[in-house]
Design a protein. Structure first.
Length: 638
């Protein structure tokens, strides 16, 4: 038997007070009275023997001393050391990612339910258990490390808040296992709306944060920490959200942008959802779409938007009984894009290719560096290479490339020149939703094939002419490529239609999406740390319910994104921070195989007794006080 707060044991000296009062009590005096009849009927003790009265007084003293003893022991908080397989420590993993903000019919979030379950379970544990708390969203954070201060642990759990971030539980599991290994044997409790997948569990068991270090220093022969999942998922979730968003300048159109939006429904939905998607520019409506999404279904929408730099674009998705708000709104600013630097290298330039590039040049969207075979290799690195009727040796892998009518194979391009060109009256779009074919009228295009393409696994066919691919796009070794197998000047109608300039413009912009010039158009995600101009950062924040303004100090030139919304630094550069996570939008339903939130704690390893002894001792002391009072009044025990 040991005590958590043994400093309170010195209070046992308080027992000397009732002992002193009992030893030095006033003795009865003899007083002469006129009659004894009245006194003989007052109390029955005058009819009892002297030894019985003395025994009652001793019993009253013992009850008083016992009350003091129990009160002091309760303050000292005794506990009994467990033996055998009894866990010595506990690590609590608390999921605070975006999906934990999903609300049920009563308005309770998943995090609120997790807090209630953890509070009840922790209050039932022995006080000598060493506890740690790890909360995680996109990153794991240790809120309490190896402490027996249960009150502080409960306070930190109550203070935990959900954040609009995608969860990465494998990192949190690695941290939890390292903490558990310090005080083995141990248990790990993780409260979340989704259980660890096999891959995440394997990552937490076998690798460290850096991927090459062991997850925990488990001693030889020591048992692995037992893991318990506390499932707080909704029984019948209903959710849909925006999982994809991108703004791209529209080719051949000044001050016009194409907005790509992907809306997805949770696979756990019990029924299809009626969705309304509204676009607003500076608060003014610019478009409205209504559609239905079945469980697990996604749809992509392209909205043309005309506006100038700095105008605020808002995309809001609305649906009845939607349980998560963070994925319903997108805030972005229409950007001012820098011209793309395009290097056009051709052995025999096609006049219609030059016309298509010139049309883009007129809109000040691209800057063309024109050259020939003699200009390779180039001293100035462009954003995109355009190779026409020629391929460099060796193949450059540092930039994306648009390859027009390749004469031979080189690098990831597998082609062979035809001796005789083959005309086709029409082409068939195999991937009509691909960004390269956006707003391109494929059914009116007539092409003359001059090259045979061997489409590899890295490229996908976009156009087919007869049985031959004549347009392909994809990635090879991280390099984006678009390849054509026809010559515009020899293709009937194609060069005279707007389809070809649009095709060239789309191909250039698609290839250059990862280029630094278009990087400002890509949204960030909460949880990222990005460089900003030092000073005050102004936010237009969506909190899941409403849009409001907040400010944030970025004195060091770096800022941790913690909101969903639009922000502008001290130099006026506007960027977006958006959730855009299919994992968080796909709200899971309760796992029937997992431990229910209200399940008892009697499965698996038995915890050591003594956790609630203080409360028991206090109730016992109160019961003795009531017993002594009843004996005093009923049986004259004093």
């Amino acid at each position: 038997m040991t005590f958590l707060h043994s400093q309170y044991l010195h209070l046992l000296w308080l027992g000397l007070i009732p002992v002193a009062l009992w030893l030095f009590r006033r003795k009865a005096k003899r007083v002469q009275v006129s009659t004894l009849l009245f006194f003989r009927t007052l109390a029955r003790e005058h009819q009892e023997s002297a030894w019985l009265r003395r025994l009652k007084k001793i019993f009253s003293l013992l009850l008083t001393l016992l009350v003091i003893l129990l009160a002091v022991l309760a303050l000292a908080r005794p506990f009994r050391e467990g033996g055998g397989d009894t866990p010595k420590s506990l690590v609590v993993l608390l999921d605070c990612s975006a999906s934990m903000d999903a609300k049920d019919a009563d308005g309770k979030t998943r995090l609120d339910v997790a807090k209630e379950v953890l509070r009840d379970r922790l209050n039932a544990l022995p006080e000598n258990i060493i506890t740690s708390l790890v909360v995680y969203g996109s990153e794991a954070e240790v809120m309490q490390s190896r402490s027996t201060n249960r009150r502080e642990l409960l306070r930190m759990i109550d203070q935990a808040q959900a954040v609009p971030e995608e969860d990465h539980p494998e990192e949190a599991l690695v941290v939890a296992r390292r903490l558990a290994a310090l005080d083995a044997p141990a248990e790990i409790w993780y409260a979340s709306d989704r259980a660890f997948s096999k891959e995440e569990a394997a990552s937490g068991l076998g690798a460290g944060v850096d991927g090459d270090a062991p997850a925990a220093a488990i001693k030889p022969g020591e048992a692995e920490p037992r893991q318990r999942f506390i499932d707080v998922a909704l029984k019948e979730p209903l959710n849909a959200g925006i999982t994809g968003f991108q703004i791209r300048p529209a080719p051949l159109a000044r001050n016009r942008f194409d907005v790509f939006v992907e809306v997805s429904a949770s696979s756990a939905n019990k029924a299809p959802m009626e969705i309304t998607l509204e676009a607003r520019l500076d608060g003014n409506p610019r478009g409205l779409r209504e559609f239905e999404l079945k469980p697990g279904e996604s749809t992509r929408i392209i909205l043309p938007v005309e506006g100038g730099r700095g105008q605020r674009l808002e995309m809001e998705m609305r649906s009845a009984n939607d349980c998560l708000g963070w994925d319903n709104v997108v805030l972005a600013a229409l950007p001012e894009t820098k011209p793309l630097v395009v290097a056009w290298l051709a052995e025999s330039p096609d006049p219609f290719v030059e016309l298509a590039l010139t049309s883009l040049l007129a809109e000040e969207r691209i800057q063309i560096l024109k050259g020939g075979v003699k200009d390779w290799p180039m001293k100035e690195k462009p954003d995109v290479y355009v190779f026409e009727n020629w391929l460099p040796t060796p193949w450059p892998t540092d930039r994306p490339a648009l390859v027009l009518n390749p004469p031979r194979s080189e690098g990831p391009i597998h082609a062979k020149k035809l001796e005789r060109a083959v005309p086709y009256d029409a082409v068939r779009a195999v991937q009509p939703e691909h960004p390269v074919l956006f707003r391109v009228t494929s059914n009116r295009a007539a092409v003359t094939q001059t090259t045979v393409l061997n489409v590899s696994d890295t490229l996908e066919t976009l156009w087919m002419a007869g049985n031959e691919p004549v347009l392909a796009a994809g990635e090879a070794g991280g390099q984006r490529l678009v390849v054509t197998a026809f010559q515009p000047s020899r293709s009937e109608q194609l060069a005279l239609l707007s389809a070809f300039p649009l095709l060239v413009g789309n191909a250039i912009y698609w290839c250059a999406e990862q280029a630094e010039t278009l990087a400002s158009l890509q949204p960030h995600h909460p949880g990222e740390v990005i460089p900003v101009a030092p000073g005050i950062v102004k936010w237009r924040v969506w909190d899941g319910v409403s849009i409001h303004d907040v400010s944030q100090e970025a004195g060091s030139g770096w800022m941790d994104l913690s909101y969903v919304g639009l922000f502008e630094d001290s130099k006026g550069r506007a960027q977006s921070s958006l959730l855009l996570s299919m994992r968080e939008t796909d709200i899971p339903s309760v796992n029937a195989d997992a431990t229910a939130p209200d399940a008892s704690n009697d499965k698996g390893v038995k915890w050591a007794g003594g956790g609630n002894w203080s409360t028991t001792l206090l109730w016992l002391a109160l019961g003795i006080l009531l017993l002594e009072s009843w004996l005093f009044h009923r049986h004259a025990v004093y």
